[in-house]
Design a protein around this ligand. Structure first.
Ligand code: IVH
Length: 670
């Protein structure tokens, strides 16, 4: 490669990067695109081509680096430069005015103060750290002190600049903001996932957090996540007098902020803006669950300072759940994985909180009685955080007299087996283990993300396998062959091979994930972790006695009985044997043993000298203990450094042993 050639490439690369950054800024920050998608793609492709020809010219802040390279093994902990706190909530105008009054009292005067009034985006908190203008880390909130390092994923978020704009950027800045997914993008993704037999998500927030926690950042890159910045965790080389100046500086540096934010004087103006946003809520592109009100003057923010867990200078004024009235057309009875038969309300379609709603949950038979609901009833429904709305009351005055009593089924709607009432009497259950609906649900569950994570095996595909009588239970999945699958509609060699590869991978899952997939009642992700840690291998768990199970922390009778009952069933026994024969070999989960902290729950708080808090927690876990974040009756030991506050107090109140860092180091032998 000759030098002039290289110089030309360098110049062109720089030009292209500038143009792409500029286009991103116009699109994501200013909401005012300057070029078409086609033009953008052309610039991007030219840059990729040049960087491929000149790999030595690739830099980590090039826009091409938003698309990641390798898959992470896991996320490592990352200590925040200052705690990522949350906000106090208020629900009514009276409570909001109390907050204003108490802030004023604290400041000892009653000025018409200025507030920054921002939408509260219902997303996932995400901290972005820029050093000399370059994005060096993306960190989740975690427990507020230590989050997870998800840098590769954060880089893929739309509108997150890999390098801040301008020459005069702070030498270090930890930007705090919300990662979120727009309502329309969420609906479109779910629709496509459903068609492809992949897992759908319950709401945009859930979708966003699941996407950000993918180990393979190329998956995250395909998800339409956006970002909006609203606070600073720490900064060097810049200072801002007000929240307004800070948010303006964010935009100038290329960080997106919400256009709905206003800077307003006095409580009345804030209250009026709240009312306005409630009215605009449906029309806003993303889910908003309230308004965040912050004292605009940062010097006053400083004087107001923090309470134990939240700042005095800001408050979240939440929106009430949105409601609508409609009509209950019919009740449909669904059979779940464990046989529970639950009522679902089929509604006259109604527009609520940005989406058309045509069904709602009714939970169980007790709920029908509590509501006193009849078929044909005029009802009020509510949509809180989640996408699935619930029926909150019957509008009895609007009844016409044509409403009909709801017939609670006595036989399974799918296999006609006589239903039984379970012990707690809230659920009715189909006792037929071979009920086709239960089999379908069990297989879907085994394939789901928290369990065996078999992509491409969703509701539709499971149904195809069952209809073709290729499988009867989860063990049969492992006997499938390409020839079986290609006979089915919409399956090709490639998708068949993909599925078999996924199944192959599932054979060596960690024991806890394997257990989740068995679909044992009460054994969710948490329960499975406890069992896997305590017993290590499936063989050991199969020999567990009731006594051994009940001895475990957080294992109650319901879980213990469910596990023993499941293991005692001959068909489950048989399935486990067939899984084993198919080569299923879950990876044992080792509980650290032999350490001096074995079995102890330990809280580390305050400022430490020799170790960071993170290192101290790691040491606790290496030595067999459990590092917890809050002090309770279950806490065995608290390690407190200078500045330890409420946790130390709590420990003293509860009589929990407290040691300092020096003693901790002695005990750990450091
Ligand atoms: S300020 C001290 N501003 O709501 C500053 N938070 O509990 C704390 N959120 O965890 C956050 N929109 O994830 C702030 N405009 C906004 C926000 C916002 C959404 C989230 C954030 C935080 C939670 C408040």
């Amino acid at each position: 490669m000759s030098a002039p050639d290289e110089d030309a490439a360098r110049t062109r690369i720089q030009e292209l990067r500038e143009q792409i950054r500029d286009a991103d800024h116009r699109y994501y920050v200013l909401d005012d695109p300057n070029i078409s998608d086609t033009q953008y793609d052309a610039l991007y492709r030219e840059l990729v081509a040049l960087e491929t020809a000149h790999p030595e010219l690739v830099t980590s802040d090039s826009p091409t680096q938003k698309v990641p390279g390798k898959v992470a093994e896991g996320f490592t902990p990352f200590e925040h430069p200052s705690p990522m706190v949350s906000l106090d909530n208020v629900k009514t105008e009276a409570e909001f005015r109390d907050w204003i009054d108490s802030a004023n009292r604290y400041l000892k005067h009653e000025d018409e103060r200025r507030y920054s009034v921002e939408p509260k985006i219902d997303g996932v908190g995400l901290e972005l750290i820029y050093e000399d203008g370059v994005l060096t880390a993306g960190v989740t909130r975690g427990d507020g002190f230590v989050g997870e390092n998800i840098t590769a994923n954060a880089k893929t978020v739309r509108g997150v600049p890999l390098r801040l704009r301008g020459d005069d950027v702070p030498s270090y800045i930890a930007v705090r903001g919300e990662a979120f997914v727009r309502k329309a993008d969420f609906v479109a993704f779910n629709r496509r996932a459903e068609e492809a037999g992949e897992q759908t998500y319950v709401n945009p927030r859930n979708f966003c957090s699941g996407s950000l926690r993918q180990l393979d950042a190329s998956i995250t890159a395909k998800r339409p996540i956006r970002y909006s910045a609203y606070a600073i965790g720490a900064v060097r080389g810049a200072s801002y007098p007000t929240q307004e100046a800070m948010l303006t500086a964010f935009r100038e540096m290329g960080l997106p902020t919400t256009p709905e934010t206003r800077y307003l004087d006095g409580a009345d103006a804030v209250a009026a803006r709240y009312v306005e946003l409630v009215a605009e809520r449906d029309g806003v592109a993303y889910e908003m669950d309230g308004v965040v009100v912050k004292v605009d003057d940062l010097a006053l923010q400083d004087r107001l300072g923090m309470r134990s867990r939240s700042p005095r200078w800001a408050v979240a004024w939440k929106f009430a759940a949105q409601t609508a009235t409609t009509k209950l057309l019919q009740v449909e009875w669904n059979v779940g994985r464990t046989g529970a038969v639950t009522p679902k309300a089929i509604l006259e379609p109604v527009f609520l909180a940005g989406v058309t709603v045509s069904n709602a949950t009714l939970h169980n038979v007790d709920e029908l009685e509590r509501l006193g609901i009849r078929e044909g009833d005029p009802i009020e429904i509510e949509r809180a955080g989640d996408v699935i709305p619930k029926v909150i009351r019957v509008l009895e005055d609007a009844r016409t007299g044509d409403e009909k009593q709801i017939a609670v089924p006595t036989a399974c709607p799918v296999c006609a087996t006589t239903l039984v009432r379970d012990e707690e009497k809230v659920a009715i259950r189909c006792p037929n283990f071979a009920c086709p609906a239960q089999i379908q649900r069990r297989l879907e569950y085994a394939a789901s993300r928290g369990a065996w994570d078999i992509r491409g095996l969703g509701e539709k595909q499971v149904k195809q396998l069952l209809d073709a009588e290729l499988v009867k239970d989860a063990a049969d999945l492992f006997r499938l062959e390409v020839d079986d699958l290609v006979q089915l509609e919409r399956w090709g060699t490639k998708s068949a091979e993909n599925l078999l590869a996924q199944l192959e991978q599932a054979k060596t899952l960690p024991l806890d994930r394997f257990l989740v997939g068995l679909g044992i009642k009460e054994v969710g992700e948490r329960g499975a972790k406890i069992l896997a840690r305590a017993f290590g291998t499936l063989e050991r768990l199969q020999q567990a006695t009731e006594e051994e199970l009940l001895e475990l922390d957080d294992v109650g009778e319901a879980l213990a009985h469910s596990v023993l009952g499941w293991l005692a069933e001959p068909h489950n026994h048989d399935m486990l044997a067939r899984l084993e024969a198919a080569g299923m070999q879950p990876t044992p989960v080792a509980a650290p043993t032999g350490g001096i902290f074995e079995g102890l729950t330990i809280v580390v708080t305050g400022k430490l000298e020799a170790l960071s808090r993170k290192e101290a927690k790691e040491l606790v876990e290496q030595l067999g203990g459990r590092a917890a974040s809050s002090v309770s009756k279950r806490t065995d030991l608290v390690v407190a450094g200078p500045g330890a506050g409420s946790k130390l107090k709590k420990a003293e109140e509860l009589g929990v042993e407290v040691i300092d860092e020096a003693e901790f180091l002695v005990r750990t032998g450091r």
